[in-house]
Design a protein around this ligand. Structure first.
Ligand code: NAP
Length: 277
């Protein structure tokens, strides 16, 4: 059991605190700026601190895990960290060394970034337990991060190079954030077909989850592909293009671009003909 203080109990911080608690660690406390944000989503099985004082529980913790905004990590670390601390942060695009305040403060630093999306204060624990964590930094803190992640039942990989870390974070944003934007375009097409935007989102979610499940078993993304381009059903693709042109012309360029991306996965598909017309 490790005594961990979570500095910045927003969407990610709360999810990690719940994950730590569920894994049997001593969550020494969480910190927010204001009482209102500290209480949001509570009560919690750990003390929820707020304000400008660094709580004693934080000073006494073995590990401080920073989950404030990326731009605030260094300032927070400067105020909070003591020489005995192992310091982690959860940011995907920031190097661990932002936590190194002095050569002897803190004891060791690493970034431990969940490749997961947390959108509210009540993210279900399986989001942490099923995540993979990208870890980077100094040896001792890397070992601490690995053992915390193992205790969640989650997976990890270690990134040696800071620039590579930013690159994999860009990959995460493509997979997660761009997928949300993609879903919004699908909702627009549903809407043009007379289905409400909310009903469309409810209908799309199992489809997206099914796709994610197929991807989780795939060796290549193309293994998870189905649909008319994959089947080579040129008439269906032609019908899509005609119907979008009639009912929702603002989506036509997007559909063509997306279909051309899919074609890169199945370059021999005869559906190429429909897109070339
Ligand atoms: N959300 C995700 O899906 C996700 C996934 C992986 C990693 N992360 C990482 O987790 C970190 C937090 O992201 P988040 O999405 O959890 O953000 P968030 O929900 O907005 O939470 C941000 C936290 O930082 C605090 N904060 C905001 N502005 C601050 C300031 N000026 N000075 C000090 N503290 C401030 C907030 O305090 P109050 O609560 O008092 O406002 C809150 O506790 C980031 O490094 C992000 O890269 C997030």
């Amino acid at each position: 059991m490790t005594r961990v203080f979570v500095w910045g109990a927003g969407r990610c911080g709360r999810a990690l605190a719940h994950g730590l608690h569920a894994a049997g660690h001593d969550v020494a406390g969480t910190w927010n700026r204001t009482a209102e944000s500290a209480e949001r989503g509570g009560p919690f099985p750990w003390p929820a601190f707020h304000g400008s004082e660094v709580p004693e529980a934080c000073l006494e913790a073995e590990v401080v895990w920073f989950t404030v905004l990326d731009s605030q990590i260094q300032t927070a670390a400067n105020a909070v960290l003591r020489p005995h601390h192992i310091a982690l942060h959860a940011a995907g695009a920031v190097a661990a060394r932002v936590l190194r305040i002095a050569s002897d403060r803190p004891a060791s630093v690493a970034s431990c970034h969940p490749l997961q999306t947390f959108t509210d204060d009540l993210s279900p624990p399986h989001l942490v337990q099923q995540a993979t964590f990208g870890i980077e930094g100094e040896a001792a803190a890397i070992e601490t991060a690995k053992s915390l992640v193992d205790s969640f039942g989650a997976s990890h990989f270690v990134v040696e190079d800071e620039q590579a870390k930013v690159l994999y974070h860009a990959a995460c944003c493509v997979a997660s954030n761009a997928m949300v934007a993609l879903a919004d375009r699908a909702v627009s097409l549903f809407s043009a077909a007379g289905v409400s935007r909310t009903d469309a989102l409810r209908a799309l979610s199992p489809l997206i989850m099914g796709t994610a499940e197929n991807l989780s078993r795939a060796n290549e993304a193309s293994d998870a592909l189905s649909g008319p381009i994959h089947r080579g059903d040129t008439d269906v693709v032609r019908a899509h293009l005609e119907s979008i042109a009639k009912r929702c012309p603002s989506e036509l360029t997007f559909y063509r671009d997306m279909a051309n991306e899919i074609l890169k996965l199945v370059p021999k598909s005869p559906a190429r003909d429909a897109l070339a017309e």
